[in-house]
Design a protein around this ligand. Sequence first.
Ligand code: BEZ
Length: 211
Amino acid sequence: MSALLIGDQVPDFEAESTEGPIRFHEAIEGSWAVLFSHPKDFTPVCTTELGVTARLKDRFEARGVKVFGVSVDPIEDHRAWVGDIKDTQGTALNFPLIADPDRKIATAYGMIHPNADDTLTVRSLFVIGPDKKVKLKIEYPASTGRNFDEVIRVIDSLQLTAKHQVATPANWTSGKDVIIVPSVSDEDAKKKFPEGWKTLKPYLRIVPQPK
Ligand code: BEZ
């Protein structure tokens, strides 16, 4: 199957997880979601990633985002590893960790990059919109843990775009000025942003972040 790209609908699947059986499309229905793979249970970088993600639960929830981890390990390994995460990361796992021992999910989502490793996944992460389409896709090698603050920063940007037709500039963080998307005419922008904006170029219009 060809790679899953931004704008594509995510494949549905049924699988076991640490919180019971999951039908993915049903589980994410109408919600923002994050699905991220880790290469292997009982490995150091993966342990830290799951701990960090568990500690960020409130921030994901505040944005209406459901989080799911997945790896090609069996559910029994996931259950055994959960204790290590609690012991070492100062927090218990608080989101479903999906088992994919037959690599059905990893294959459908293009998480295995055979020239890196032909059986384990890389660190793939998808942010999925309420329309079940891919909004963000990132891929990291096994040796580099991801920055989940960056994932939340991108979710803030995606949700602003969805709600207010603004885009976010390089290195933007929540609260800073944003950009009126080029598809909004000046006439429509006057209605949406009655307080006005700064035009640096006709295509580069800066406005305070909408509330
Ligand atoms: C890790 O999580 O540390 C890891 C997993 C697979 C390969 C290399 C590192």
